[in-house]
Ligand binder design. Structure first.
Ligand code: ADP
Ligand code: ZN
Ligand code: MG
Length: 518
């Protein structure tokens, strides 16, 4: 009987606040010496009072809103008890039964997937503090190593950093969907400005839960809807998430086929070098954590803050993609390419605002098509996407330049697009101008004039070049006239060459056709 994977994610996002979750120590001091950003609160001394970081609460609410969650009117913190060297209090302050946000969803777009769109339920999102960082191997002496002796050392700088944990419903149908969701969540965190959400730096960490279930020919679930699952802990790259889940699908499928499906839920770790998951321990229940309300922190009343944050919610990636398509006339894939990088999207916006002046000068009588766009507008969108997302992006990638630091301003890029659109500059010369703009940040009109790269659309001048070419290639001209029409392309090529690539190709073709008829 066929099997399908059932996947749910638990994702920790480190919030980019200045200070820690419950104390005034500065957060995110990754470069600092170990244990230099600590105080009695984040070191878990007895008798101290934690104070809630309001910026973290606001950031958490923003994420809850972006994930279409209900924000709790009343929320509270709880103690989650477990014993480990990275947790000096022997409990983590987290949220148990009254998380700040619950019952949300996020739509993801999965081109080429088994389903193009998926709505992933968000069970909850809650605030908590991060644990400290432990080093299990021999540490470098600069980190306080003790002369090469293997030991576990703990750096409490990270301890107490604000986290928001998002728990999804088991709604993913494939590892790929899980990866796409994580990437969208990362982008949302960046749009909200609440986290850089960089997985490599540990700002975004993921536990992936997976089980299999059987279904019949008609697609109906056979047996239990949810079977015992494996939780793969601490995945810290998108690739690891996808690979680990694929591995688990194989492993569990084999167990099902041998009629020995997993009978209990377990926790496993991912070994990327070996490409396998390894059993760690059987999973503890909530009861094992002995959750109870944190007595030192008063409950949170969030109604007013939620209302205020709702009004501060910026435009989110999906809304921006849709707007880029409808407002600027981009194809869906181009809108996505632009909006997946906020810096690129901002650049596009600035370019179009410059082009606006120019667009308004276009003839009023432009026809409007089904999408409510004028053909000129779509032509312009195609020019911008072609030149920005493929040509310029290619040059930037080759040269290792970032769009944030490149010398081309949106004004100059808009002017460049205008030169191309009005055919003052052809494609070959356009590339040269773009290259020069990147080098010195000059404006394209100057570069074009300085280097004589302007397109020759002066009919008189071009007609002279055409006459010269017709004289210089009598054999080819004769063959064309005798019916070998493909030679027209060759002759156009010769005109382009004689003009050093500056001729307007369409005009050259027309002039040649006239000349060859005579
Ligand atoms: P736990 O008992 O491990 O705390 P939860 O019910 O709190 O389990 O769910 C934790 C995560 O595991 C959620 O993301 C949820 O979607 C996912 N999950 C729950 N049950 C399953 C299952 N049978 N298969 C796959 N994922 C599951
Ligand atoms: Zn502290
Ligand atoms: Mg749980």
């Amino acid at each position: 009987m066929p099997l399908e994977p059932v996947i749910g994610l638990e994702i920790h996002v480190q919030l980019k606040t200045k200070t820690k979750m419950f104390c005034p120590c500065s957060a995110h001091e990754t470069g600092a010496l170990p244990n230099t950003h600590v105080c009695p609160i984040c070191l878990g001394f007895p008798g101290v009072l934690p104070v809630v970081n309001q910026a973290a609460v606001r950031a958490g609410i923003l994420l809850g809103l972006a994930l279409n969650c209900e924000i709790a009117e009343h929320s509270k913190f709880d103690r989650k008890n477990y014993f480990y060297p990275d947790l000096p209090k022997a409990y983590q302050i987290s949220q148990y039964d009254l998380p700040i946000a619950k019952n949300g969803f996020l739509e993801i777009h999965v081109p080429g997937g088994a389903r193009e769109h998926a709505r992933i339920g968000i069970t909850r999102a809650h605030l908590e503090e991060d644990a400290a960082k432990s080093f299990h191997s021999v540490p470098p002496t600069s980190q306080g190593g003790v002369g090469g002796v293997a030991c576990t050392l703990v750096d409490f700088n990270r301890g107490g950093t604000p986290l928001i944990e998002t728990v999804t419903e088991p709604d993913f149908g494939s590892p790929h969907e899980a990866k796409v969701f994580l990437q969208e969540l990362r982008l949302i965190a960046r749009y909200l400005g609440i986290s850089d959400a960089d997985m490599e730096k540990g700002h975004l960490r993921c536990d992936a839960n997976i089980s299999m279930r059987q279904f019949d020919e008609a697609g109906n679930i056979v047996g239990l809807r949810f079977n015992p699952k494996t939780e793969i802990k601490n995945l810290n790259s998108f690739r690891h998430v996808e690979r680990a889940l694929e591995y688990e699908i194989d492993r569990q499928t084999r167990l099902w086929e041998a009629l020995t499906p997993p009978s209990t839920s377990t926790t496993r770790g991912w070994d990327d070098a070996k490409g396998v998951t390894l059993e760690q321990r059987s999973k503890e229940d909530a009861a094992d954590y002995r959750y109870f309300p944190e007595p030192d922190i008063p409950p949170l009343a969030l109604k007013d803050i939620a209302q205020e944050m709702r009004s501060q919610l910026p435009e989110l990636p999906e809304a921006r993609r849709t707007r880029f398509a409808s407002e600027y006339g981009f194809k869906a894939a181009d809108a996505r390419a632009a909006c997946d990088d906020p810096a690129l999207a901002d650049f596009v916006e600035a370019v179009f605002s410059e082009l606006g002046t120019w667009l308004r000068a276009l003839p009023e009588m432009e026809e409007v098509n089904e999408e409510g766009l004028t053909s000129e507008r779509q032509k312009l969108a195609r020019l911008v996407s072609g030149w920005l997302f493929s040509k310029l992006a290619g040059i930037l990638a080759d040269r290792g330049i970032d769009i944030r630091t490149m010398k081309i301003t949106p004004e100059n890029f808009a002017e460049f697009i205008t030169l191309i659109a009005t055919r003052k500059l052809n494609n070959a010369s356009g590339l040269k101008v773009l290259d020069a703009m990147l080098n010195d940040g000059n404006d394209p009109t100057h570069i074009m004039e300085d280097r004589n790269l302007g397109q020759v659309d002066d009919e008189g001048l071009l007609a002279e070049i055409v006459s010269r070419v017709v004289e210089e290639y009598p054999a080819e001209v004769a063959r064309y006239r005798a019916g070998e029409e493909q030679l027209l392309k060759y002759l156009i090529g010769m005109v382009m060459k004689a003009s050093e690539g500056t001729a307007d190709a369409a005009l050259a073709k027309n002039l040649l056709l006239v000349k060859l008829k005579s």
